[in-house]
Design a protein around this ligand. Structure first.
Ligand SMILES: Nc1nc2c(ncn2[C@@H]2O[C@H](COP(=O)(O)OP(=O)(O)OP(=O)(O)O)[C@@H](O)[C@H]2O)c(=O)[nH]1
Ligand SMILES: [Mg+2]
Length: 194
C-alpha cells in the first residue's frame, strides 16, 4: 500500500501468481478488454516472442473511493516459467493481495502444488505474512478434459473457506468474480489499517 497524500491516491497491489501457462496473463487481458477505458490504463506486457510472460504484466484500475482517497488497483502477473523465479519474487514484493491461478488439469496438479508452496516461501522471504495477505484462488481451464474435481483442488489450495472460483479465462468466465473477491478482501483489510 502506498498513499500519495498530495493527490489523495491510494495505490494497492494485487498479484496474479501461479504455475506456467495457468492463465494469469489471460485474466489481465480479459479485464483490460472488458473494463471501461475510463477506469483502466493500458495493459503493459513484457513477454517473449511466444507470448510467455518474461517479467510481468501490469494493468491499473481506478475504482470508487476509500475514506476520501482514490484507490488505484495495480494488477500484476508473475512469469510462471521455472526459469524466472527471481522475477516472481520481485513482482510479489509489497503485494496487498494475491490471486493464485491454478491450472485445473489433473496432469498439472503437482505443478500447482509446487507453485503454491513457492509463493508462500517467497512471501515469507519478503516479510509478507501468508496468514495476513488476502488470497483468492482461481481454478482455471475448467473447459478442458481431465480436470481435477473442485473439491480436491479446494482441499489443496482453498482450505478453511478461502474464496475460490472456477473459470475459463479465455472465455471470460469467472475472471471478474475472482477479481471482485480479491478487491473486496484487499479493501476490507485496508479499511482496517487506515
Ligand atoms: N482451454 C483453455 N485455455 C486457456 C484458459 N486460460 C488460458 N488458456 C490458454 O493457456 C495458454 C497460457 O495462457 P497465459 O494466460 O499466457 O498463461 P500464463 O499463466 O500467463 O503463462 P506464463 O506467463 O508463462 O506464466 C494460452 O494459450 C491461453 O489461451 C482456459 O480457461 N481454457
Ligand atoms: Mg503470463
Amino acid at each position: 500500500m502506498f498513499i500519495n497524500w498530495k493527490l489523495r491516491e491510494l495505490n494497492l497491489k494485487i498479484v496474479y501468481y501461479g504455475p506456467a501457462l495457468s492463465g494469469k496473463t489471460t485474466n489481465l487481458q480479459i479485464i483490460h478488454a472488458k473494463t471501461n477505458p475510463k477506469l483502466r490504463g493500458e495493459l503493459v506486457s513484457l513477454k517473449t516472442r511466444e507470448d510467455r510472460t518474461i517479467f510481468f504484466d501490469f494493468l491499473q484500475l481506478e475504482l470508487g473511493s476509500i475514506k476520501g482517497l482514490k484507490p488505484k488497483f495495480n494488477l500484476y502477473t508473475v512469469p510462471g516459467q521455472v526459469l524466472y523465479a527471481a522475477s516472481r519474487k520481485l513482482v510479489l514484493q509489497g503485494a496487498d493481495g494475491v490471486v493464485f491461478v491454478a491450472d485445473s488439469q489433473m496432469s498439472r496438479l503437482a505443478d500447482n502444488i509446487h507453485s503454491f508452496k513457492a509463493m508462500h516461501q517467497h512471501m515469507k522471504e519478503l516479510q509478507l505474512d501468508p496468514r495476513e495477505v488476502p488470497c483468492v484462488v482461481q481454478f482455471n481451464k475448467r473447459d478442458l478434459p481431465d480436470v481435477a474435481p473442485v473439491a480436491l483442488l479446494q482441499r489443496y489450495f482453498a482450505p478453511n473457506g478461502r474464496p475460490s472460483f472456477e473459470s475459463v479465462a479465455t472465455d471470460g468466465v469467472g475472471v471478474f468474480d475472482t477479481l471482485k473477491a480479491a478487491i473486496n478482501q484487499v479493501v476490507a483489510q485496508v479499511q482496517q489499517k487506515l
